[in-house]
Design a protein around this ligand. Structure first.
Ligand code: NAD
Length: 500
């Protein structure tokens, strides 16, 4: 079997320097016919140097021209949708329809970046003093870096670099080494759309590449999305080296089901939110908090019936609802959590551990698993599993449900299913979570809002994409100017300037 080598995109060219590499697996087959290069320090430094060299001209390119590249990229992404989705599915495993959803959300971020001239207009005040005008403008930072996770290889990088470059920065992106091909292909399409060489560089790699980005003084800002331990490391290490950092971490999202909820609709919504993309979403719902035992019984019965109808298989088969997990180590980890939940005393209502997909015996397929009577002290309650494992916790009141959510270390997303407006309003007002849904299981903000969790789901002050990204990728400069009329002489003033 011939092996494809996945290199880096530096200065507008794919480069394949000799050095370390690792296999990229197709999770539906367990086969690896690709090797991804793992950049050494020198390769990352070359990418940073290219970004640095491209910066002055790109910074001075009118925002409208930068925005037009984004408009062209949007067109190209739409034209290449089938190719990109096939690449996502071949390395991540998610079903093609889900890959298309990811691509679409990514395209919306490119579209938002194409509004850069409007978003960068700044703020102006005339006559802040006698003949004095003042304005704030938003200037680019320089070279920015992005480090992205495996679970959205197209969308998450598109949360980062399009807005950064539309604001006049140049960029070095370090995608996940587990499924790098679609990310790299999008970067090539950006070149085709007219992005000058060096404005966007992609280095594949591991901790060596990440640490080089974190330590190099030419990198001014770092955006990270991934697990919480790494997010915390990136935030502290990046800040220590004087960079602006936003680091989005892991999640354990709870869905509250109230006794008055439309249970059939809630169950349908929970199925997609728990098992879509094999549970490998930071906005997935791995926990249901049922208020009242009757609600718990109805939800568990409904989920059990729906799971029986699910089809699990390769993501390329359009009749499948769920594909495989991303890698064998991740499969083993998720399966280990199911074993752990049983050992901890939760009731395993549906056991997907023995699932076999005919013709795909070496794929990393795990069937949907459902636990009832999950308790807050259990590891399957506390820890992020990131797989098709849904647990039901039973409580007596909404307040008890909210106390559980607030006590959890993560605060990425949550939702409530109810017909009671007062309960929904109380929940959205008080819950300590960054993104909240009411009868919406995956409340992922659209591109013109911003995305981010609370507590240990986000390190940093600004959320990803949308208006917060304009602020993250620019520095405010405020200019105050006076042009005294010829011949007008003013006395010296020693007091602090004021409008008194
Ligand atoms: P991960 O943390 O293992 O990897 C993320 C990135 O960090 C990758 O590019 C990886 O190469 C790099 N990395 C890994 N170990 C490193 C180390 N020791 N030092 C430096 N860099 C390192 O995450 P993942 O498994 O790729 O993605 C899944 C995780 O991402 C989940 O925890 C999920 O919740 C989270 N996630 C969060 C969001 C969000 O918006 N909050 C979105 C998507 C995914």
């Amino acid at each position: 079997m011939s092996t494809t080598t996945i290199g880096h995109l530096i200065g507008g060219h794919i480069v394949t320097p000799a050095g370390r590499s690792q296999p990229v697996y197709n999770p539906a087959t367990g086969q690896a016919d690709k090797q991804v290069l793992l950049a050494e320090v020198a390769t990352v430094e070359e990418a940073i140097a290219n970004a640095q060299a491209a910066y002055p001209a790109w910074r001075n390119t009118p925002p409208l021209k930068r925005a037009r590249v984004m408009s062209k990229l949007k067109e190209l992404l739409e034209q290449h949708a089938d190719e990109l989705c096939a690449l996502i599915t071949a390395e991540h495993g998610k079903v093609l329809g889900d890959a298309l959803g990811e691509l679409q959300r990514g395209i919306e971020n490119v579209e938002y970046a194409s509004y850069a001239p409007e978003l960068l207009k700044g703020e102006h005040s005339k006559n802040v003093g006698p003949s004095i005008d003042s304005w704030s403008e938003f200037q680019a930072l320089g070279v920015c870096a992005g480090i992205s996770p495996f679970n959205f290889p197209v969308m998450v990088p598109l949360w980062m670099w399009p807005m950064a470059v539309a604001c006049g920065n140049t960029f070095v992106l370090k995608p996940s080494e587990r499924d790098p091909s679609s990310t790299l292909r999008v970067a090539q399409l950006a070149l085709q759309a007219g992005l000058p060489p060096g404005v966007l560089n992609v280095v594949n790699g591991d901790k060596t590449a990440v640490d080089t980005l974190l330590h190099d003084p030419r990198v001014k800002a770092v955006s990270f999305v991934g697990s919480t331990p790494i997010a915390e490391y990136i935030y502290s290490e990046g800040c220590k080296h004087g960079k602006r950092v936003q680091a989005l971490g892991g999640a354990k999202n709870h869905a509250v089901v109230m006794p008055d909820a439309d249970i059939a609709n809630a169950v349908n919504a929970l199925m997609g939110a728990a098992y879509g993309s094999c549970g490998e979403r930071c906005m997935a719902i791995p926990l249901v908090v049922a208020v009242g035992d009757a609600t718990g019984d109805a939800v568990v019965a409904g989920l059990k019936a729906e799971i029986a109808k699910m089809k699990v298989g390769p993501g390329t088969d359009s009749s499948c609802d769920m594909g495989p997990l991303v890698t064998k180590p991740h499969f083993d980890k998720v399966k280990g959590y199911v074993d752990q939940g049983v050992a901890e005393g939760a009731t395993l209502v549906v056991d997907g551990r023995s699932l076999k997909v005919p013709g795909h015996e070496d794929g990393y397929f795990l069937g949907a698993c459902l636990f009832d009577h999950v308790k807050p002290g259990m590891r399957i309650y506390q820890e992020e599993i990131f797989g098709p494992v849904l647990g039901v916790v039973r409580v007596k009141t909404l307040q008890e449900a909210m106390d559980l959510i607030d006590a959890h270390e993560y605060g990425n997303g949550t939702c409530i299913f109810t017909r009671d407006g007062e309960a929904a309003r109380y929940f959205t007002d008080h819950i300590q979570v960054g993104m909240v849904g009411v009868n919406v299981p995956l409340p992922v903000p659209v591109a013109y809002h911003s995305f981010g969790g609370w507590k240990r789901s986000l390190f940093g002050d600004l959320h990803a994409y949308g208006p917060d990204a304009v602020r993250f990728y620019t520095k405010r400069k405020t200019i105050t100017q006076r042009w005294p009329s010829a011949g007008v002489r003013e006395g010296t003033i020693f007091s602090f300037p004021s409008s008194r």
